[in-house]
Design a protein around this ligand. Sequence first.
Ligand SMILES: C[S@@+](CC[C@H](N)C(=O)[O-])C[C@H]1O[C@@H](n2cnc3c(N)ncnc32)[C@H](O)[C@@H]1O
Length: 307
Amino acid sequence: MPAPTPATPPPIADSDLAFLSRWTGEKDLGVLRAHAEDNWRDMVGCATHIYRCMRRATYLSPRIARYPVYEEMLAAKAEGKRFMEVGCAFGTDVRKVVADGWPAENILAVDITDNYWKLGLSLFQDASTPPPVHTFFGDITDDPSTSSRPDIITFLDAGTHFIYAGAVLHVLSEAGVRAMLTKLYAVLAPGGVLFGLSVGVSEPESGSDVTPPVPWLMVSTTTNVPSPSPATTTPTRVPRVLHCSSSLTRLATSIGFASVKVKTFNIPREVEERVMGQTTEEETAERRALKERFGVERLYLGFEMRK
Ligand SMILES: C[S@@+](CC[C@H](N)C(=O)[O-])C[C@H]1O[C@@H](n2cnc3c(N)ncnc32)[C@H](O)[C@@H]1O
């Protein structure tokens, strides 16, 4: 059972507000905190489907700069290279890339829904002067949906050098992960890199007949992929899946990626609870179910896939 949406915003530390303060210029953290809490209430009240991590307001702080490849990426910002974020949600990481000097015209922000992006315009108080990046809200794996956007086709056809997908693969079905990686591979420039993070599972023990990806037991009708806005599709009921390092590597290699690095790691419980928006009980129950059903542990997969 999904946890009930909390009625009150999560605690927001001063450090959570650092990027928002920098972007908006608002120095009074009390004012900013109240604004972030109001925005959170708007999100809870208006989005049809809310991811658990969103409940925890993880979108307040950018995370893209934590990836080793980010340094390489920033070094290339003046070379006319293109950056795309898939699953951009509020646009926090896109704003970070803009703030770090990447030319906005070389950035494409993609999400299947614009619900979160609109909330981001309110949160970052830039609705009247939104980041001048290209945006596409729809399914980029679904080619007909891009046909009405020649600018997006031009951007994608030109080849993207860096693609970031943070916390996206684990919200997709097995076919969805394959379609997403296939599309991202297709739009990467030669030598380009796709990087990001996903929830995953440990390798099955030797002799086990379990072959990841495994269906994710947390799948529920209230945490599915949101419909594009305006709602034109029925929310999918296909189970989301979790890959292990070797199944994700195998899949990416079969699609054509020349170099695939997948690093597994655990996040301390207390951090995970905050990041995933889970209560300890939910988290324990989910871990136990994965262990009992498939003999695997839940963990995280950081990946870097080069064309
Ligand atoms: C768990 S949230 C992560 C958001 C953000 N990247 C982060 O790290 O906080 C997953 C995001 O992926 C988006 N998403 C889901 N399916 C997608 C798809 N097929 N194409 C693009 N975005 C998708 C969701 O709308 C949501 O914004």
